[in-house]
Each structure stands twice: as structure tokens, then as C-alpha cells.
Design a binder for this molecule. Structure first.
Ligand SMILES: Cc1cc2nc3c(=O)[nH]c(=O)nc-3n(C[C@H](O)[C@H](O)[C@H](O)COP(=O)(O)O)c2cc1C
Length: 325
């Protein structure tokens, strides 16, 4: 039986699954592929680059897509919001920072506002502001995030949601994860890592290969890459990546990294240019264990939902009420 939740109605989608707006990875082609396959693709507006964003929307063509921004970065160039809203995104997702200054503008454009949160206080603020949906992100997630684990965090957010649809994120990469998200009370899932190595992803070929060979055991959260990239992230969030030579050398010695910044930045930038994943970041989460092959996004989503439907069917049988003796 097809799985339909209120999220499907909210966004006009077949499957309650969203592609995470992964900066530099979720371009228009990937977002469109996920939307055409029945989910909702969110373009990764990231730190904000007008030219990149325009190309991403062009690449998405006539597909119904949304877009996400890193909120503290958007606050530094708010005109990018107009650029995005001019393209009539189905939804606009804001993560990491104060979304309230953008609320009215998004509402008046009749785009749905999704806010991604990592703490209950952030969730309460989003509920009070009346956002359209909240992504409750667990620390298992690839990319920037906080400290709470998906399993207890999602139901805790559901408990305070007052009817706002909650979308689970962090470690959800297949149908088992989608089923678990629904069992926790979420109305769907937002997935990044599982699409990282898809055909349409903009990650480098070497990063895709490293992700496919990687394991959740070998990821960690740190700020080393943000320092190397000269990104002044607020200390509330850090970045989950695969461990590599760069994290092993510096994640326990941030003072040393800062002292050697000039040379380390040169080394880092050269590694980015050469797609050398021993130094450059491979931004995936603990769900790296669950991705095994490079595939089209549609194949990933179709298999995920077929497995979820199967799981729901099996659970329905195995948790049938036990008859009293
Ligand atoms: C490569 C990568 C880049 C990401 N970039 C962003 C971003 O720019 N903005 C954002 O809100 N979230 C970003 N995220 C986090 C996702 O929104 C989402 O929370 C996460 O991917 C969910 O966990 P998962 O990776 O286990 O599926 C990124 C995640 C990854 C893997």
C-alpha cells in the first residue's frame, strides 16, 4: 500500500521524502530528479551565490523544486531570497540561524517555509512562529548539525509541534529509516547522505567513491574544514564528514591549525582543486554505511519507498495485538 502522509498533501508530492539542500551537492539536476521521481528536491543554496543559484534553477527546468539556505549566511546577502522566490519554489528551507527576519517575505510569496532545528528551543521558536514544517535533525546527519540523536530528538519535537508537520533527518538512508521516522511520529524524512553519491549529485567523483567506501564508524563532527575554508560558523554547529588525514591531524588541535593556517589553507585549497579526499572533506553522515553504489536518484528513491512499504506491511503483521489467553 502506498505510504501517504500529510506531507504529501502539503507539498503536492507522491512520497514523503525530501532531498536535503546540500550546499554544492544538491544542484538543479539532482533536485529535479528527486521531484520527478515523486519526492521533493531542494536545491542547496548554501552560503549564497547568485550565479550558482540561477544556474541551479535553470537546470531544474520545469520540475517543482524547493531551495534551502544557511540562514546566517542568507542574512549577509538577503537579496538572494528574492532571487529564489522569483523562481516560485514549492518550499524554502532555512537552517542554522534566526529565520524570523525572512518569514513575512516567504509567506507573502506563498512559498512554504521549512525550518531545520537541532534543539527543542529552536523547535519551540519555529512552532511559535507558525512555520509550515520543521525538520528535526539528529547528529547522525552529514554536514552541519548539533548534538541530539535522531531517535529521541524526533519524538520530542513531535510532542511540542502542536500540529506542525515534523520531518525527520539524520541517518535516514533507506526504507527502514523512513519507516522508523514515521513510527517516531514524523510525517516524512529529509535525506542528504543517501543522495550524495547519486549520478546527479554535484559532489566530485572522488568524493562519491570515498563516500561509497566509507562507513559511519569513520565519520566525526569537527570545525577543522570550516576554519580551513574561512567560514565563520557559529559555535552551535559543526560539520560531520569522513575522517581523513586533515581531521586526524587537526581536529584535536584547533589552536595548532590556527597557528599554521596560511600553509594549511594552501594545502587545503590545492586538495580541493585536485579532488584529493585525503585532505578535502567528504561530507556524509553515519548513513554512509547504507550507501553502496552510484545510482540515479530515482532508483534510490524508488527502492527506499518500496522497502518502506514492505516494512510497514511486515510491521503491521508482526505487531498485531496479542490475544489474551
Ligand atoms: C554534503 C552535505 C551538505 C549539506 N549542506 C547543507 C546545507 O547547505 N544546508 C542545510 O540546511 N543542510 C545541509 N546539510 C544537512 C542536511 O540538510 C540534512 O540535515 C542531512 O543531510 C540529513 O542527514 P543525512 O545526511 O544522514 O541524510 C548537508 C548535508 C550533507 C550530507
Amino acid at each position: 500500500m502506498p505510504i501517504r502522509t500529510p506531507l504529501c498533501g502539503l507539498f503536492g508530492i507522491k512520497y514523503p521524502v525530501l532531498l536535503a539542500p546540500m550546499a554544492g551537492v544538491s544542484g538543479g539536476t539532482l533536485a529535479a530528479a528527486v521531484s520527478r521521481a515523486g519526492g521533493l528536491g531542494l536545491i542547496g543554496g548554501g552560503y549564497g551565490d547568485a550565479e550558482w543559484l540561477t544556474r541551479a534553477f535553470d537546470d531544474a527546468g520545469d520540475a517543482r523544486v524547493g531551495v534551502g539556505f544557511i540562514t546566517w549566511a542568507l542574512a549577509r546577502q538577503p537579496r538572494l531570497l528574492d532571487l529564489a522566490l522569483d523562481r516560485n519554489p514549492v518550499a524554502l528551507m532555512l537552517s542554522f540561524g534566526d529565520f524570523k527576519p525572512f518569514l513575512e517575505r516567504i509567506r507573502s510569496a506563498q512559498s512554504k517555509l521549512i525550518v531545520q532545528v537541532q534543539t527543542l528551543d529552536q523547535a519551540r521558536a519555529a512552532v511559535d512562529a507558525g512555520v509550515d514544517a520543521i525538520v528535526a535533525q539528529g547528529t547522525e546527519a552529514g554536514g552541519h548539525g548539533g548534538a541530539r540523536a535522531t531517535l529521541p530528538f524526533v519524538p520530542a519535537v513531535v510532542d511540542i509541534a502542536q500540529g506542525v508537520p515534523i520531518i525527520a533527518a539524520g541517518g535516514i538512508a533507506d526504507g527502514r529509516g523512513v519507516t522508523a521516522a514515521l513510527a517516531l511520529g514524523a510525517t516524512g524524512a529529509l535525506c542528504g547522505t543517501t543522495f550524495f553519491a547519486s549520478d546527479e549529485s554535484l559532489a566530485s567523483e572522488s568524493a562519491k567513491q570515498a563516500a561509497l567506501c566509507g562507513s559511519g564508524d569513520h565519520t566525526e563532527r569537527s570545525s577543522v574544514f570550516d576554519v580551513a575554508r574561512d567560514l565563520d560558523w557559529p559555535s552551535d554547529w559543526n560539520l560531520r564528514t569522513l575522517r581523513n588525514t586533515f581531521t586526524r591531524r587537526w581536529s584535536a588541535d584547533m589552536a595548532g591549525l590556527n597557528q599554521n593556517l596560511a600553509t594549511e589553507r594552501d594545502r587545503f585549497n590545492a586538495a580541493i582543486a585536485a579532488e584529493d579526499t585525503d585532505i578535502a572533506p567528504v561530507i556524509v553522515g553515519e548513513a554512509a554505511d547504507l550507501i553502496h553504489a552510484r545510482r540515479p536518484a530515482k532508483a534510490i528513491l524508488d527502492e527506499m519507498m518500496a522497502q518502506a512499504e514492505d516494512r510497514v506491511r511486515c510491521l503491521g503483521k508482526s505487531v498485531a495485538p496479542i490475544k489474551e489467553e
